[in-house]
Design a binder for this molecule. Structure first.
Ligand code: GSH
Length: 163
């Protein structure tokens, strides 16, 4: 059976929702980043990059949201997942996912993980202010981009377990 390694409040919520909406049978395994769960030897054996989500399949571990979401689409073909059958639709969806991964997520990392980008406190504050300036436009762009792609939050999104 599939196992989803997730952390509360993290971007692992995305495949968590996709699996729920696909009606997949899976075991959610809680790896709380806030408690250093992603830095344990056990989890580093799952993903040496120490990042969530990770999906354990019968053929091994898949990491990175884009890869996991495409796997879920191929495996379950549920409505609302990454489109299948039309290469252009699939490319537009992956375009959006790639942009989240390479730009939006990185901007947020500067807010939460300023220490990775600087060693001084003053620079850390500047980095957080710069990221905060970047994030609102990122989120506006995300909303515009998401609505262009016809994405609407499903009702289950609000009910998805966050603990
Ligand atoms: N590009 C990766 C990003 C994964 C990622 O950075 N996840 C965050 C949670 S939202 C994480 O594991 N953070 C742990 C850390 O930065 O130490 C993806 O799309 O899956």
């Amino acid at each position: 059976m599939l196992k989803l390694f997730y952390s509360p409040g993290a971007c692992s919520l995305v495949p968590h929702i996709a699996l729920e909406e696909a009606g997949a049978e899976f075991t959610p395994l809680r790896i709380p980043i806030a408690e250093g769960g992603n830095l344990t030897a056990e989890f580093l054996a799952i993903n040496p990059h120490a990042r969530l989500p990770a999906l354990d399949t019968d053929r091994g571990i898949i990491t990175e949201n884009i890869a996991v979401l495409n796997f879920i689409a191929d495996r379950f073909g549920a409505p609302g997942s990454v489109p299948r059958g039309d290469p252009h639709d699939a490319a537009r969806c992956n375009e959006l996912l790639g942009w989240f991964s390479s730009s939006v997520h990185i901007a947020f990392a500067e807010v939460w993980r300023g220490g990775r980008f600087t060693t001084t406190r003053a620079c850390g504050r500047r980095s957080r202010r710069a990221a905060a300036r970047c994030s609102p436009s990122s989120s506006t762009k995300s909303r515009r981009c998401a609505s262009m792609n016809g994405w609407r939050p499903a009702a289950s999104l609000r009910q998805t377990v966050m603990r």
